[in-house]
Design a protein around this ligand. Structure first.
Ligand code: NAD
Length: 719
C-alpha cells in the first residue's frame, strides 16, 4: 500500500500482511472519541487512499479502550438550532455520503469496544459487519432522542433494514443503550466476544462473509425497502404511537418523528429513506424543544468543566481517597451507594447499629443494580461489600479526608456531631453537611476551623437526582469548595455552588410552588386536579403528591425556616401542622393528602385522605377563578420570581445554574429548558401581565425590579 499522502490527526491506517487494513481512531482533544468534522474528513481521505488499491477488507476500531465513538461532536450541536433547515439537511447528507462509501467497494467491519452511541453507532451500522465486545463498558445506542433529535447519519434507515422497523423504533425512540450481548441477540451486531478476541473475530468474519456471499446479499438487502408486513405496520402506527404519547405526554416531538420517519422510509429504497431522514432531522433541530434540550445539555457540559471557584487556585484538587459518611438513614445510605457505584470505597458511621444493619443491604443492592439487565448483580454486590466499611463510633473517621455529615435534621445534634468530627479527623480533612435547611454559618459556629466546612446537599432519591448543592458558608475557603465540587463530580453528580441563605437554591425555588398549591387546595381546587395540571406542564410529580413524598413533617420544619426568612410572601399554612399532628405524614405513614396502599415509596394512591379533606375545609379560603392556565401561572410564576430574587441576591455564580438545578433536583421539565428558559418562552412582558392579573394575591405575585427591567429592555432571562 502506498503511504498516505498527509499526516492524519484522528486515525491511523495500517495494512496487515494478509491484506486487511485497520483504521484506528484516536480523536485528540476529547475524553472520548467523537465524530468531529475532522474525523469524518480524514475517514473520507483514508477511503480515497484505499480505493486506489482496494484491500481485502477494512476494520474500523478505536485506539481508546472503552470508547469506540461517543457520538457526534456535541459542542457543535447547539449551533444546529440556529441554522436554516436546508443547511442542516445538507450537513446530514455530507456525513452520509462519507459513511456510504464504507459499503461501496471492499468489505468493512467495525470492532465496538466501549461506548458506541449516536453517530458512533451510525458509523458502525454503515459497515458491512459489526463485532461488539462483551465487556461491561460496551454500551450501544442512539441517544439523539434525549436531545430532542433523531439519528441523522442513516441510523434509522440502516437499523430498520438490519433488525426490522419495530425494534429500530424501540432503540432509536427510547434512546436507551444496550450492552454487547443484547446487541448480538437483537441483530444489531453480528458477534459479541471478549475484547481480547474482537479484532481476530472481525478478521475471520470478514474473510468468511466475503467468501460465502453474505456481504453482497446484505448490501442488496440494505439498499432496498425494509421488511414490514401490514400487521406490523398497523401495530406500529396505532399501538406504538399510543405508547410514545403515554411516555412523552405529547411534549417531545422526536419520538413520534422517529416512528413516522421509519414507517415512511420502510416502504421506499434506502436512498429515498435517507433523504426523508435528513429532512426529518432538520425539522426536529429547529423545534424549541430541541433547542432547549441542547442548551440544557451544553449547560451540563459547562458544569462538568467548572471547578466551582472563580480563580483556579492551586490547580486540580487532590481526589479524596478516604471519604466517610456520618448517618446511615435514607440519605446517608443513598450517598454511600453512589460512592460504591462510582468505584469509590467509603466508610459509613451511624451511632445506631440497627440503622446500619438495615441500610447496608440496601446500599449494596442499589450500588450493584445493573441498569441494562434491570436487576441486582449479586456477584458485584459481594465484590462491593469489600469496599464498604461500617462503624458505630466516630473514631472510624480518623483517616478520612472528606466527611459528609447526614444525621438527623436538628441543629443541636448536627453542631455536636460536627464538632466531634472535627476533633477526630486530621487538619486537612474537608467536613460537609447534608442539611436541608440549617444555615451553614450557624452549623459552623462550633468548629475551630470553619474554612474547611461547607454544605454538600444531595437530593432524594440520591440515585435519581443528579444535582448536589455545594453551599459556601461565610468562612468556607475556595479550596474547600473546589474539593467538595471535585468529590461530587467523582460520584457522577452535577454540583452547583451556592451561597448560604435559607433554603439555599433548590428548596427556596421549590417553596413558592408548594405554598401556592396549598393555597389553591384551600380555595377548593381538588388535589388530583392540581397534580394533573402540574404533570401536564411536565413535572414528574404534582405538588400534592410531592408533599406526601417529602413527608409533611419535613415540609413543616422546612416551611418554618423559610417562612421565618421570607414571611412577606410565604405564610406558614395551618393545614400542614394539623395533618402532622394527626399523624398523617405522607407516604411514610401511608396517609397524607392521599391514602396509599402501603407505607413507603412503593405504595399506590388509593384515594383522598378524609382527614386532609376535613382540615382543608376547616381552613378554606373563598374560591377564585381557577382555569388550568391560571393554575399553571400560580404554581410556576412565583417560582420564576423567586429565581429572579436569587439572582438579585447573587446566590448563584451563573444564572444558568438555576435552570440546571431545577431540572436535576426537582425534575422541572427539561423540554422547557428550565425555569428561566420557560420564562423566556413567555417573555418578560407577558410574565408581568399575567402577574398583574394575580395581583390581589399580594406580595408573592408582585413583579420584582429585575423582572420589570427585563420587560422594559426586552432582554431575555437566559441572556
Ligand atoms: P434519617 O432520619 O433517615 O437518618 C438519620 C440517621 O442519622 C439515622 O440513621 C440516625 O441513627 C443517624 N444519627 C443520628 N445521630 C447520629 C450521631 N450522633 N452520629 C451518627 N449517626 C447519627 O434522615 P435522612 O432523611 O437520611 O436525613 C439526613 C440528613 O439529610 C438531614 O440533615 C436531612 O435534612 C437531609 N436531607 C434529607 C432529605 C430527604 O428527603 N430525606 C433530602 C435532602 C437532605
Amino acid at each position: 500500500m502506498p503511504a498516505i499522502d498527509r499526516e492524519l490527526e484522528t486515525l491511523a491506517v495500517e495494512r496487515d500482511a494478509d491484506g486487511l487494513v485497520r483504521l484506528t481512531f484516536t480523536v485528540p482533544g476529547h475524553r472520548q472519541n467523537v465524530l468531529t468534522g475532522r474525523a469524518i474528513e480524514e475517514l473520507s481521505h483514508a477511503l480515497d487512499h484505499l480505493a486506489a488499491e482496494p484491500p481485502r477488507g477494512v476494520i474500523l476500531l478505536s485506539g481508546r479502550t472503552g470508547s469506540f465513538f461517543a457520538g457526534a461532536d456535541v459542542s457543535r450541536l447547539e449551533e444546529l438550532g440556529t441554522l436554516p433547515a436546508a443547511e442542516v439537511a445538507d450537513l446530514c447528507d455530507r456525513g452520509k455520503a462519507v459513511f456510504a462509501r464504507l459499503t461501496a467497494s471492499f468489505p468493512t467491519a467495525a470492532v465496538i469496544d466501549g461506548v458506541c452511541l449516536g453517530g458512533g453507532l451510525e458509523l458502525a451500522l454503515a459497515c458491512d459487519l459489526r463485532v461488539a465486545t462483551s465487556e461491561r463498558h460496551t454500551s450501544i445506542g442512539l441517544p439523539e432522542v434525549k436531545l430532542g433529535l433523531m439519528p441523522g447519519w442513516g441510523g434509522t434507515v440502516r437499523l430498520a433494514r438490519l433488525i426490522g422497523p419495530g425494534p429500530a423504533v424501540e432503540l432509536a425512540g427510547s434512546g436507551e443503550p444496550i450492552d454487547g450481548p443484547a446487541a448480538a441477540r437483537r441483530g444489531v451486531v453480528d458477534a459479541c466476544v471478549p475484547a481480547a478476541e474482537a479484532v481476530e473475530s472481525a478478521r475471520r468474519l470478514l474473510a468468511l462473509r466475503s467468501e460465502d456471499g453474505f456481504i453482497a446479499a446484505r448490501r442488496r438487502r440494505m439498499a432496498g425497502p425494509a421488511d414490514l408486513d401490514p400487521m406490523e405496520r398497523e401495530f406500529l402506527e396505532a399501538t406504538t404511537a399510543a405508547v410514545i404519547l403515554g411516555r412523552t405526554g405529547g411534549h417531545y416531538p422526536a419520538p413520534p418523528a422517529i416512528l413516522r420517519t421509519i414507517l415512511a422510509g420502510a416502504s421506499v429504497d434506502a436512498a429515498t429513506a435517507s433523504r426523508l431522514e435528513s429532512q426529518a432531522f432538520a425539522k426536529l433541530a429547529a423545534t424549541p424543544v430541541a433547542r432547549n434540550l441542547l442548551r440544557v445539555f451544553s449547560i451540563g457540559e459547562r458544569n462538568r468543566r467548572d471547578a466551582g471557584v472563580d480563580a483556579a487556585s492551586g490547580g486540580e484538587p487532590m481526589p479524596a481517597i478516604a471519604p466517610a459518611i456520618v448517618g446511615a438513614g435514607i440519605m446517608g445510605a443513598g450517598i454511600a451507594a453512589s460512592h460504591l457505584r462510582a468505584g469509590v470505597p467509603v466508610t459509613v458511621v451511624d451511632v445506631n447499629p440497627e440503622a446500619l444493619a438495615v441500610s447496608v443491604p440496601g446500599i449494596l443492592e442499589e450500588a450493584a443494580w445493573d441498569r441494562l439487565a434491570k436487576r441486582v448483580d449479586e456477584a458485584r454486590a459481594v465484590e462491593l461489600a469489600g469496599r464498604l466499611r461500617t462503624a458505630t463510633s466516630l473514631a472510624a473517621l480518623a483517616a478520612a479526608d472528606i466527611v459528609m455529615e447526614s444525621v438527623t435534621e436538628r441543629p443541636d445534634v448536627k453542631q455536636q456531631v460536627l464538632a466531634e468530627i472535627e476533633r477526630t479527623v486530621g487538619p486537612d480533612t474537608v467536613i460537609t453537611t447534608n442539611t436541608s435547611t440549617n444555615p451553614i454559618g450557624r452549623l459552623a459556629a462550633g468548629l475551630a476551623d470553619p474554612s474547611r466546612f461547607c454544605g454538600l446537599h444531595f437530593f432524594n432519591p440520591v440515585r435519581r437526582m443528579t444535582l448536589v448543592e455545594v453551599i459556601r458558608g461565610p468562612a468556607t475557603s475556595d479550596a474547600t469548595v473546589a474539593r467538595a465540587v471535585a468529590h461530587a463530580k467523582r460520584l457522577g453528580k452535577c454540583p452547583v455552588v451556592v451561597n448560604d441563605s435559607p433554603g439555599f437554591l433548590v428548596n427556596r425555588v421549590l417553596m413558592p410552588y408548594l405554598h401556592e398549591a396549598g393555597e389553591l387546595l384551600r380555595e377548593g381546587v381538588p388535589a388530583e386536579r392540581l397534580d394533573r395540571i402540574a404533570r401536564g406542564f411536565g413535572m414528574p410529580l404534582g405538588p400534592i403528591e410531592l408533599y406526601d413524598m417529602i413527608g409533611l413533617d419535613t415540609a413543616f420544619y422546612a416551611g418554618l425556616v423559610l417562612s421565618a426568612a421570607y414571611g412577606d410572601r410565604i405564610e406558614a399554612s395551618p393545614v400542614i401542622p394539623a395533618l402532622v399532628k394527626a399523624g398523617k405524614l405522607g407516604r411514610k405513614t401511608a396517609a397524607g393528602f392521599y391514602r396509599y396502599s402501603e407505607a413507603g415509596p412503593h405504595g399506590r394512591i388509593v384515594g383522598r385522605e378524609d382527614k386532609a379533606a376535613e382540615v382543608i375545609t376547616r381552613y378554606a379560603h373563598l374560591p377564585r377563578e381557577s382555569s388550568d392556565r391560571t393554575v399553571v401561572d400560580r404554581l410556576f410564576l412565583p417560582m420564576l420570581l423567586e429565581a429572579l430574587r436569587v439572582l438579585d441576591e447573587g446566590l448563584v455564580r451563573d444564572s444558568r445554574d438555576i435552570d440546571l438545578a431545577v431540572i436535576h433536583a426537582l425534575g422541572f421539565p427539561a423540554f422547557r429548558g428550565g425555569l428561566l428558559a420557560w420564562g423566556d418562552s413567555l417573555g418578560a412582558t407577558e410574565v408581568v401581565r399575567r402577574l398583574e392579573l394575580l395581583g390581589e394575591l399580594g406580595a408573592r405575585m408582585k413583579p420584582t425590579e429585575r423582572l420589570l427591567a427585563h420587560a422594559s429592555s426586552g432582554r431575555p432571562f437566559t441572556g
